[in-house]
Write a protein that binds this ligand. Structure first.
Ligand SMILES: Nc1ncnc2c1ncn2[C@@H]1O[C@H](COP(=O)(O)OP(=O)(O)OP(=O)(O)O)[C@@H](O)[C@H]1O
Length: 608
């Protein structure tokens, strides 16, 4: 299927690498040589297997050739790596390189078609119309044999989804949609049975020859059928090139050094066994002979299988910020909507918990009751605020660490920027937290018999929850992983409880520590709640109820004056500063979320 607007460009690209070396610094003076003088070349339409015993340097070489090694610090890489004579550096060349990781990092609630569409929509240049993109996705589904499962969820442990082989082919499709010139795959067949593995490599081979791209993949134990699909094989041993050439060439070479593969044996198994069982001395002498055979072949560019392969230039701007934001928001919302158990739990659990807690504080706000106690009244409000803070923070704390794999893969392939990614999560979070605020206060307000304005409680709870979630998000973006985020969370949230006026009033906190309460979002939320329930405006309409005067022993102090002094004055809350409290809460949200975007971008930049 020809995509409208394609430019007729014959692909005949050559990928070559000369004298690639990699060393890592171990301690102050020691160096470890990971790769030594590895050379070779591949040309359009060829699929090369990178093999060798464990620790031979396969992943290191793959990462070096794909420009995925950070050469700062202790790692040094030398050598020449070029694509059509150009060194592999710079973002435009990077975009022509696809890297399929060993783990299938996909969104479980997306279907196969949606996964490919997401990649096409955000990564293809704007010169591609929607129709072009859709045609490309459909073509990719056909080429990769994914039509039958196109509308099946990717799935995970909880959601029934596509098979392992189909997942792997989806990962390949996500990268191939960009029509990359180079495709690197780390163990694309690991965890697959031999038929599924054959299918993946066969599709890769077909696509490589059709699209004219160079494919290099590490592979552990290919079956004979799989092994013979490769056009080239590169064998490493202790960081050195043992063999590079065609599969039949390998067989000939082994015969020439008297280590031919018996007819009934698998050539790949045979050579791997040899590499791990032969004496070092023997291997050295074989290696010396075999390498002598390869450079000439490796240096000669191969002729593309299909000389009429067409492609369209991938240069030019890709999707803009708004398109990225919309696509990401849609995916995030779908993710929540399709995760039915999670969605139901996010509604049912707050209802049950809040009804239960409110039942404990039943009618604590009824000031006309004989057993009325202002501390219980305040306690009821306190528990809603504390529950709200943890309830809002908890789901957000692990959101970014748990989704980091997908973010890094997509960010690294320039699918979107960190700001669009971050804002998309916020767009979905806001209505969810508003719904949570309505649920919480509907349960709490009437059962506890509070007197402030219902809608103010909902709004304050919502904004304070978003502020708590912002802090959780920042912790999640800064933390190295989910475990670190979980460990760090109490250090951030417990002090908020201490500074919010629940256990100690602001005026009792030592002056040199009091400043910390000004950074505490919960404190501002609580100030607004206290004014809504106990502030002078709120209490002005209270019926006349009197409390005990300690000086006279007579109940002649108006209750409104008692609660005002106890909760408003002692917590240094100024009724004229309502909008200051609202403003500071909003400012905390904006500043903390901006810091989170920066932390996310920094983490993504450090990925390579
Ligand atoms: N940054 C590093 N610092 C120290 N040693 C390293 C580093 N990177 C790789 N190595 C070492 O280099 C050798 C090659 O590692 P590499 O992961 O490339 O091997 P591999 O062939 O892919 O192994 P496997 O098949 O087990 O994944 C190993 O001994 C590994 O411990």
């Amino acid at each position: 299927m020809a995509v409208e607007g394609e430019t007729a460009v014959k692909i005949a690209s050559t990928f070559s690498w000369q004298d690639v070396c990699m060393t890592v610094q171990k301690g102050k003076k020691q160096e470890k040589q990971i790769l030594s003088n590895i050379s070779g070349s591949l040309s359009s339409g060829k699929v090369c297997a990178l093999m060798g015993p464990s620790g031979a340097g396969k992943t290191s070489l793959l990462n070096v050739l794909a420009a995925r090694i950070r050469t700062r610090g202790t790692t040094e890489v030398t050598g020449n790596i070029t694509l059509d004579g150009q060194p592999i550096t710079g973002s435009s060349l990077r975009k022509r390189i696809a890297y399929v990781m060993q783990q299938d990092i996909l969104v479980p609630t997306q279907t196969v078609r949606e996964s490919l569409w997401f990649s096409a929509n955000l990564r293809l240049p704007k010169s591609y119309s929607m129709k072009d993109k859709k045609e490309l996705v459909e073509k990719m589904l056909v080429d990769l044999g994914l039509v039958k499962c196109a509308d099946t969820f990717i799935g995970d442990d909880m959601i029934r989804g596509v098979s392992g082989g189909e997942k792997k082919r989806t990962c390949v499709g996500i990268e191939l949609i960009m029509k990359p010139k180079l495709i690197f795959l780390d163990e694309p067949t690991s965890g697959l049975d031999s038929y599924a593995a054959h299918n993946v490599i066969l599709k890769l081979e077909e696509l490589a020859s059709k699209e004219g791209c160079n494919v290099l993949c590490t592979i552990h134990q290919p079956s004979s059928e799989v092994f013979h699909l490769f056009n080239k094989v590169m064998l490493l041993r202790s960081g050195k090139l043992f063999f590079f050439g065609g599969v039949s060439g390998l067989s000939e070479q082994l015969h020439s050094v008297n280590r031919g593969c018996p007819n009934e044996f698998n050539l790949a198994d045979h050579v791997m066994f040899l590499l791990q069982t032969e004496l070092e001395k023997e291997l050295d002498s074989m290696q010396a002979k075999m390498i002598m055979e390869t450079p000439e072949k490796a240096a000669t560019p191969d002729v593309p299988h299909d000389k009429s392969v067409m492609t369209k230039s991938m240069e030019g701007a890709t999707a803009g910020f708004l398109t990225q934001l919309m696509a990401l928001t849609k995916r995030e919302a779908q993710n929540i909507w399709r995760d039915k158990p999670g969605l139901i739990a996010s509604i049912i659990i707050p209802v049950i918990l809040n009804v239960f807690f409110a039942a404990i504080f039943y009618q604590v706000g009824d000031i006309t009751l004989d057993n009325y106690d202002p501390r219980s009244h305040f306690g009821g409000m306190t528990q809603v605020a504390i529950g709200g803070m943890f309830g809002a923070a908890q789901p957000l704390l692990l959101k970014f660490p748990l989704d980091r794999g997908i973010f890094l893969r997509e960010y690294a392939t320039s699918t979107y920027g960190s700001a669009a990614y971050f804002l998309s999560k916020t767009m979905v979070e806001l209505p969810q937290s508003f719904l949570n605020a309505v649920i919480t206060w509907t349960a709490a307000y009437f059962l506890m018999g509070l007197r402030g304005q219902f809608m103010i409680y909902v709004l304050v709870f919502w904004v304070t929850g978003v502020a708590a979630a912002s802090t959780a998000v920042l912790v999640g973006c800064l933390a190295a992983n989910a475990e670190v985020a979980t460990q760090a969370a109490p250090a951030v949230f417990v002090p908020q409880l201490l500074f919010a006026g629940f256990f100690i009033t602001t005026e009792q906190i030592p002056a040199w520590l009091r400043w910390a309460s000004y950074l505490c979002a919960l404190k501002y939320g609580m100030n607004l709640n206290i004014l809504n329930e106990f502030g002078p405006d709120a209490t002005s309409s209270w019926p006349d109820v009197y409390t005990l005067n300690p000086a006279t022993g007579i109940k002649d102090v108006p209750l409104k004056a008692t609660v005002n002094a106890e909760f408003v004055v002692r917590n240094s809350i100024d009724p004229d500063h309502v909008w200051v409290y609202v403003g500071v809460l909003l400012a905390i949200i904006v500043v903390v979320r901006m810091l989170s975007i920066m932390a996310l971008a920094r983490r993504a930049a450090a990925f390579f």
